[in-house]
Design a protein around this ligand. Structure first.
Ligand SMILES: CCCCCCCC(=O)SCCNC(=O)CCNC(=O)[C@H](O)C(C)(C)COP(=O)(O)OP(=O)(O)OC[C@H]1O[C@@H](n2cnc3c(N)ncnc32)[C@H](O)[C@@H]1OP(=O)(O)O
Length: 202
């Protein structure tokens, strides 16, 4: 993985430690993603499922005793981890970043499967909103998605390294239009255009 210096999201308070949880949080996130893939693909005897369900509930209960406010949670703040270290965010890995262009890689896994061996269309849209939204908020006034248009050109495969190219298309006052392409070996699988409207920091 390429390691690059990515500035934090402007909404985050100065001084917020972006490496909270250390390697242990990275391992927890990786194990959690592994668990989701395992659940998505499982066909085990009921007794096994019951036993595992008990273990998972026990583990969730242990973490729940440490639940904090959304401003203080670790998830989403770990810019060094795939998908900002958030278990819901598709685990893309940023590879280059300027103020007008960003490249990233992503590998979808079993949890992202929709139908026909391909990635669920909503997951592709989630990836685009995340990548465009994060780019829209980098070094700029905080902005929210006003619209997101996704073109699904080809089925998106699992377990294959894919490329993401994101570019600022144009700015009109508070409005920022950003485009992105998801491709494999130069073939565009899906592309998107988003409008992001700058709002006051909250
Ligand atoms: C760390 C990375 C985090 C990643 C975050 C990812 C981003 C997200 O997912 S944000 C969550 C999803 N988005 C939302 O919940 C947004 C909900 N909507 C809103 O908050 C508001 O409607 C918001 C902010 C988009 C616009 O509101 P507001 O600031 O009042 O804009 P408003 O004054 O109505 O319009 C401003 C301009 O945008 C245009 N505009 C607004 N919405 C749209 C739209 N859907 N389509 C086209 N144009 C629009 C208006 O026409 C206007 O244009 P102009 O200046 O030329 O007249």
């Amino acid at each position: 993985m390429v390691s690059i210096d990515i500035p934090p999201h402007p909404w985050w308070k100065p001084g917020l430690d972006l490496h909270r949880g250390g390697d242990s949080y990275a391992h927890l996130l990786s194990a959690t993603r592994g668990l989701l893939d395992a659940v998505a693909g499982v066909d085990a005897p009921e007794a096994v499922l019951a036993e595992v369900a008990g273990e998972v509930s026990r583990i969730a209960g242990r973490l729940n005793s440490y639940t904090t406010s959304d401003e203080s949670q670790i998830a989403g703040t770990r810019m060094d981890l795939p998908g900002r270290g958030h278990p819901l965010v598709v685990p893309y890995r940023t590879t280059s970043w300027t103020s007008v262009r960003m490249t990233a890689e992503v590998t979808f896994t079993r949890i992202h499967l929709g139908d026909g061996g391909a990635v669920h269309g909503g997951v592709t849209a989630l990836l685009f909103d995340e990548v465009l939204g994060r780019f829209a908020n980098h070094g700029r006034q905080p902005a929210r998605t006003a619209f997101l248009h996704v073109n699904y050109r080809r089925l998106v495969p699992l377990d294959v390294d894919l490329d993401i190219l994101t570019k600022v298309d144009r700015a009109e006052g508070r409005k920022l239009y950003i485009t992105a392409e998801l491709s494999h070996d130069g073939t565009v699988l899906a592309d998107a255009e988003g409008l992001f409207v700058a709002v006051s920091a909250q």
